[in-house]
Design a protein around this ligand. Structure first.
Ligand code: ADP
Length: 814
């Protein structure tokens, strides 16, 4: 019984019992026996929904009771807030919780006061790079979904981050939670941890394949689900679950498909199944929910989602806005939405169980593979694991679909009878090591080549590999690259090779940039200062750098509204609140008495800067679709003068295609910064609103980094710094230049700023003086919004009582 556990804060055991944990599940019991509440390290490899989170909570709470602090590492941002909400119930027992997502470069000092900190692995990595002091005091770290070390993009970060945490805290308790994978023992070896491995599940999971008129389950049983001619297999299975009442309720379904578009069309189709089965009150609640969904944003996706939800069916994918995602998740958990069609991202984390899981697609298009590729066994198992809600359903069912007998056999062999693949480290690859080697050297974890290699010996890669030379070989290649770009300095004496990060190397590490992105940006920014005449480099360089030096001081002390302005200047930026306009003035003066350098830099346009950050490896590219090549080639020649650096020749096929794909991203950003409507953008680029936000966020971060680099490296003039900052601000707010001031007022945003501007309210200062009826008219009569905006602009009396909206203002706005 939880209340008989010792070592937990007072009342925790009782609270667990009160929330229905009468006794520990067997894997939880095994974890306690393995010492998880006594500070011992543990790897728990157990199925989805078998209570892994409670194992972690027991570890963290007992660590806190002993006077320590805990860090909970999650793989996705969306999970960070979910976990935080979950842990917040311990606040009644005096435990404080903090979540760290946000900007990469902030050092999160306030987190030092928290007992439990939740963060993504990237965020933890960044906090270590920026020297967050509390990192050294941690006593317990939990790594959720640790099997994702296998992921080639994000796995290495988790691996290196755990190695660093364990290096600075020698007695650190490490609790790693994993799905059931083929080689959990290797993860336990790597982390020096006890292993709890189990197939136990709190409720039965039956897995099977539907073919013809029945589901064949792995336990040999069969369920008749006849499908009429021309009837859709998925729809039939969703209907069957809904029509089978347990505890007086039909069962909900989760349908996994292989693309966003398929998720949307599947949800639409399944409304035919869900709509006729809704009760009157459910229909009312869903109508309300649909309104809420429409209120999040007025985009096509929002509208499509609301239309489906109104009829009891929803879609869920990474292109959705996060508010949309959580509305769908909550309503599905509350059994209001009957069926969710999702892409596999949903399977990886968020807790949304259903009575029946239907895996409609088990192959997905893979560009590198060059066709449809079968999903990993682990992925399919995780999807299946979402079936069955403890306490709600008597059992869970996961069903794969086949339309011929051979496929049925194949699905059993490939997935249902198979073990998940073993986890394999992806660390020994250049892109991964490029960034982690620099960070490891810059944050003082290694100061020689040998020290670096011995640090890397603490990774999963080293535990797993038979080829010991490989890691060293890739490390050397990467060191050559870092040295050639002046990020690292090497010195050989007496056989030993010492390593140190240069000033710019430190900056790059703290900015959380891939060194290759930094090199690309630095090169591009320098082409502006030096133009095409290399003989000017020396002169212009010295001249400008003196000017730039002064300029930096001014910028640091006067920047007013940007907390994340840059790592070095943060403290100053927060104190200073003098006008930012002075900066521009001064920089322009610089430009005027400059020579060719200044003339060259006058050509720097936002598009050029957006292209520069879009072609770095830190920006995930948009695909070039058929027809795009022509469109963007044309655009490339039309606006040739604006790009920083050389344009690859059309004959260099691959490089040129890449360059054009970056141009597509750059134009998306330019559209955003010129107030193009989000729906139009979604259509133009074939992406969802969530993707647009994602690109914009990434661009904002990269532009901030570019601004810092432009200021810190030699050979970039002050005018360029200003141009980068302007381009960045326009991305931040999504507006043309004249709206920057207005859009900076909280709650205004790009659309309202434009409407206010059209009605003659053009600045923050105008908001303090303007006729209230005009403001209210421009804001389409929304009184509370208007009051909040006026208050945020610093107006003395923001009240809208008895104010009538000026109709002509709202007319001017449309
Ligand atoms: P996992 O993290 O393994 O996917 P969760 O921790 O989300 O699974 O657990 C699934 C559900 O089981 C949660 O709702 C949790 O409250 C519940 N649960 C966990 N342990 C117990 C227990 N010992 N008794 C009853 N319910 C439990």
């Amino acid at each position: 019984q939880p209340s008989s556990l010792s070592g937990l804060p007072a009342g925790v055991g009782e609270a667990l019992e009160a929330e229905g944990v009468a006794e520990l599940y067997p894997p939880q019991q095994a974890a306690v026996e393995a010492g998880v509440v006594d500070g011992d390290s543990l790897v728990a490899a157990v199925p989805t929904a078998s209570g892994k989170t409670l194992i972690a909570e027991l570890a963290m709470l007992s660590a806190i009771e002993r006077g320590g602090t805990a860090l909970y590492i999650v793989p996705l941002r969306a999970l960070a807030s979910e976990k935080k909400t979950e842990f917040e119930r311990w606040e009644d027992h005096g435990i404080t919780i903090g979540v760290s997502t946000g900007n990469y470069e902030s050092d999160g000092e306030w987190l030092a006061t928290r007992d439990i900190i939740v963060a993504t692995s990237e965020k933890v990595d960044s906090l270590i790079r920026n020297g967050a002091p509390w990192i050294d005091d941690l006593t317990c770290v939990v790594s959720d979904e640790v099997h994702l070390v296998d992921d080639s993009h994000r796995g290495p970060t988790l691996e290196v981050t755990l190695a660093k945490l364990r290096k600075v805290n020698s007695g650190l308790q490490t609790v790693a939670l994993s799905a059931t994978v083929g080689n959990a023992g290797v993860i336990a070896d790597w982390l020096n941890a006890e292993l709890v491995e189990s197939d136990w599940r709190p409720i039965d999971l039956r897995t099977g394949v539907h073919f013809g008129n029945a589901i064949d389950f792995d336990d040999g049983s069969k369920r008749e689900v006849p499908v009429d001619r021309g009837e859709d297999q998925t729809a039939r299975l969703v209907a069957d679950a809904l029509d089978t009442e347990e505890d007086g309720q039909g069962g909900s379904s989760l349908v996994f498909v292989n693309s966003r578009r398929n998720a949307e069309s599947s949800a639409r189709k399944l409304t035919d199944v869900t709509a006729p089965r809704l009760t009157g009150p459910e229909r009312d609640d869903l109508r309300e929910l649909a309104e809420e969904i429409r209120g999040v944003s007025d985009t096509d996706t929002s509208e499509d989602l609301a239309d489906a939800v109104e009829q009891g069916s929803a879609f869920h994918h990474a292109g959705l806005a996060s508010e949309h995602r959580s509305l769908v998740e909550d309503a599905f958990r509350a059994r209001l939405i009957k069926c969710v069609s999702a892409t596999p991202t949903l399977a990886a984390g968020v807790n949304t169980p259903a009575r029946r899981v239907i895996v409609r697609d088990w192959r997905r298009y893979d560009g590198e593979f060059g066709g449809m590729k079968p999903l990993d066994v682990l992925e399919i198992h995780q999807m299946c694991g979402r079936a069955g809600r403890p306490g709600l359903d008597p059992y869970g069912e996961a069903v794969l679909l086949a339309n011929d007998a051979d496929t049925k056999e194949e699905l059993f062999e490939r997935y249902l009878w198979a073990d998940a693949e073993p986890v394999r480290s992806k660390l020994a690859a250049e892109p991964a090591l490029r960034t982690h080697v620099l960070a490891t050297v810059a944050s003082g974890f290694a100061s020689t080549r040998d020290g670096l290699l011995s640090f890397l010996d603490n990774t999963l890669y080293a535990t797993q590999t038979d080829d010991e030379g490989r890691l060293a070989a890739v490390t050397d290649t990467v060191l050559d690259y870092l040295a050639a770009n002046d990020f690292v300095e090497r010195e050989r004496d007496a056989g030993a090779e010492s390593l140190a990060a240069t000033g710019i190397g430190h900056t790059v590490s703290r900015l959380y940039l891939d060194p290759m992105s930094a090199a690309e940006m630095i090169d591009g920014l320098r082409t502006v200062a030096t133009g095409d005449a290399p003989s000017d480099v020396v002169d212009a360089g010295t001249g400008t750098s003196a000017d730039t030096g002064e300029f930096i001081m001014t910028a640091e002390n006067t920047d007013d509204d940007e907390p994340g302005f840059g790592t070095y200047v943060r403290a100053d930026a927060e104190n200073g609140d003098a006008s930012g306009e002075a900066i521009d003035g001064e920089a322009n003066a610089d430009a005027e008495d400059g020579d060719e350098t200044a003339a060259a830099s006058s050509e720097v346009t936002p598009l050029g800067i957006y292209h520069l950050v879009s072609r770095t490896p830190d920006m995930y590219e948009l695909y070039l679709k058929s027809g795009d090549r022509e469109t963007y080639t044309e655009l490339c020649y039309e606006r040739e003068k604006e790009f920083l650096g050389d344009i690859p020749s059309e004959y260099e096929d691959v490089r040129f295609e890449d360059w054009l794909a970056s141009l597509k991203t750059a134009r998306l950003l330019e559209d955003w910064a010129t107030e193009v409507d989000e729906d139009r953008m979604a259509e133009r680029y074939g992406v969802g609103p969530g993707d647009i936000r994602g690109k914009v966020d990434t661009a904002e971060w990269l532009l901030r980094a570019a601004e810092t680099l432009a200021r810190d490296v030699e050979g970039v003039d002050g005018d360029t710094v200003v141009a980068v900052r302007e381009a960045r601000k326009r991305i931040e707010y999504g507006v043309r230049e004249e709206l920057l001031d207005l859009a900076g007022v909280r709650n205004v945003g790009r659309k309202r700023a434009r409407r206010l501007f059209e009605a003659g309210v053009k600045t923050r200062a105008d908001l303090r003086e303007a006729d209230k009826g005009t403001v209210l008219g421009a804001l389409r009569g929304r009184e509370r919004t208007a009051e909040r905006i006026l208050e945020n602009a610093g107006r003395e009396d923001p009240s809208m009582d008895d104010v009538r909206p000026d109709k002509s203002a709202s007319a001017a706005a449309t």
